[in-house]
Design a binder for this molecule. Sequence first.
Ligand code: NA7
Length: 902
Amino acid sequence: MGGHVTDLQQATIASGDDDARSGPDVDVVVVGAGIAGLYLLRRLRDLGISARAFETADDVGGTWYWNRYPGARCDVESIDYQYTWDPDLLDEWTWSERYATQPEILRYVEYVADKHDLRRDITFRTRIADARWDDTSSTWTIRTERVDGQVDGPADDGGGAAGTGETIRCRWYVMATGCLSAPKDPDIEGAGVFTGEVYVTGRWPHDGVDFTGKRVAVIGTGSSAIQSIPLIADEADELVVLQRTPNFSIPAHNGPPTADKVARFDGRVDEYREEARWSSAGVPRDMPELGALQVDDAARRARYEQAWEEGTIFSLTGAYNDLFLNPAANETAAEFVRSKIRSIVDDPATAEVLCPTTYPIGTKRLCLDTNYYETFNRSHVSLVDLRSEPIERISETGIDLASGRSLTVDAIVFATGFDAMTGAIVRVDIEGRDGVALADKWADGPQTYLGLMTHGFPNLFMVTGPQSPSVLSNMAVSIEQHVEWITDALVALRDERLDVIEPTELAERAWVRHTNDFADITLFPQANSWYMGANVPGKARVVLPYVGGVDRYRQACVDVVESGYLGFRRANSANGDRAGDVVNDGIIRPLAPDVMVMLDMMAELGLPPLESMTPTDARAFMEASAAMSPPGPEVADISDGTYPGAAGELAYRRYVPHDAAASATDALSPLILYFHGGGWVLGHATSDDAFCRDLANRTGAIVVSVDYRHAPEHRFPAAHDDAWAALEWAVSAAQELGGDPDRLAVAGWSAGANLAGHVCHRARDEGAPHIAAQLLVTPVTDHRMATPSYGENADGYVLTSSLMRWFMDHYVDGARRDDDRLSILHAHDLSGLPPAVVVTAEFDPLRDEGAAYADALRAAGGSATHLRAGGQIHTSLMAVGALATPAEVREAAFVEFGRLVD
Ligand code: NA7
């Protein structure tokens, strides 16, 4: 294979590099000959890029080579779980069942390898001993080891003794090693001393196992166990299942594909496959529009029954749109499955042990079974609950339990799972730039850009790596997407006469954060699952797959390329000094994920822009939206009243924080006068209700939110005059309100923050009252509406620049906009103002004027803490209880403000 000069090498040779002239032995080394490795080989060959693959096993198949345990099947339907890159396969191959068995899938993979003559590029019975990046020649040096012994033994690395291998130099190195390929060490004392038969589901003997007449113990109740237990029970004399954590499983209803599925697929294969590529899990399906709690019990039950009958891993947890977000919604689905378990399993005590209660349904991969729960009704099958009766040790004859019971068995089956997603990658000794080991870099969790590459390890790619959708998707779809992205990237390098690619630190840091933030808005982190790395002792607990969906992820990958490989450094290896490097640093998904999801949902609704409405309609629309928002935290008391505005009575609402009631009744609390947002046109004293509740609770202050007159009925300076009237009233009525007039502060959001800022100016000018502090959340400070943030965030982030103009036009004439009262940034004097906490949001037209105001206050000798809400939009901080990611900056603002007020 090595030796022939490919187009890619030609590009580097033309650039005159000595190392390149001696050349790598091969363009690409691929590790793994499973579904991913095979497609990669085929595609590289088509592109004229030389490649060699190495595979520990003695044949192709990957997961389907190793997992030969009884009952092993794919949990994604065969219609979906197959290659699409060779369209003829559809005519050449007919699946015999809806969910194909392992032998059938393996035959399919072998068929493809034969048809495309792929084995000639694969060296079998060989594993990678180590891989080192050489920054001078920009090549990877790979050392391999021959696996001389059995490759079907239960050892964690594929088994077998190591023999001498070879050393290969390549330009690119691709780990197509699979997500569930490194079996977890059997972390049970005495695991080696048992003298009976020992089997590991992920390393099953090729000749099969006959359990007839035997006493068998199965340790584990994950998908592998759930698939194999009913079949082992068919043969064994006695079967004992040792369960640490029960799993949720639903019946596969295997057989021919459903009529629905066939109708959707037949005659429109290309559209179907395109739908799959742009679906959330890599399988086309109708997305739910409702939340589980938006329907009544009977409707919900009927929907779950239907999902139970459908028998796919997506149908139940995809029945409603909030099952991964809202614990109460999730509980309805979990309880439905528990009720099924109770109805299937005869013995109520056994049923209870089989019912999962410690994590939300779906946060561990849902299992598909055939007669799993029914198996526990068989008289020779028993269940041990390891939570109440843990394993003490494995002995020569069986398993000793801490209760004193000993289970004497002839065979033990370890169905104990895998060191998922990172295990197969970090178990190889991979050394990047400056001798950094990948295992060390990832010690606290994987750090990748798009789950495809990692900084410091140029030209190393991963197929379905951590922080890509991978195991949360139909792997067949995700594998093809990654193989295509990687090979397209190599072609783009070739076209641009480059040969090195590496993500930047910034892009990677942001992707890791995006991935974690996304997981944090879901229920996934609540489970001790292999998705979280929680099944392997000592492994960092961090979400491993990207939870945002195949569609969103694919779009991000497309956008990276269309933005000129955003977040990558690309180079020509001949340029030793890096002067010619093409660095396109940046962040691909800077918006916080929950904000992104919310904006996507709003876009789907196709709502008319507020500025296209009349103020009356816009107000009604805002009211209707507010009615759907979460209510905000409990406070000790809420009361409503009126105060004398500048031109008549206006409403206010008073919030008493939850700990004020607990403190001494005669003690006065700090008092915060709050001005709502809404561009002087929308909103009212209670429209920022959730925010005010949170503000009260977190500062311990009484919060009084006041109405003021609105435009266009009352134009400038009506709102400003009312704001001042509210301040004068608040001072005089402070004690009555339970507030300490000497600890009076003002706060506001948006146009309300403009009013809060204004009253601080006037109080200073008039010498009273004393204002202890001001909290300005995304304030309007500058009448010109011309900062860069106006341009950058003109559209798409709720507060658009045209909406801001609409507000301004309704409230104030052009000629009066530079008035000190409105344009507080340009006021004649910014000294002597109360200490300020200013919060700005990254994706907000008002960002720069808020930042400029904080700077100006400091320049005038004042104190201003400026908190930047990264990834947030103008309305984010108000969404208390609805958006998770702004909570951190909101809390920080409240803590600082509370400190200033108290
Ligand atoms: P899983 O889903 O990780 O299941 C492993 C099971 O083994 C699970 O029930 C574990 O309990 C149990 N386990 C692991 N270690 C122990 C020890 N030390 N003692 C007792 N029980 C233990 O792996 P699978 O192979 O079944 O499935 C993996 C994926 O393959 C599956 O999701 C499909 O996508 C295909 P725990 O939950 O950790 O308490």
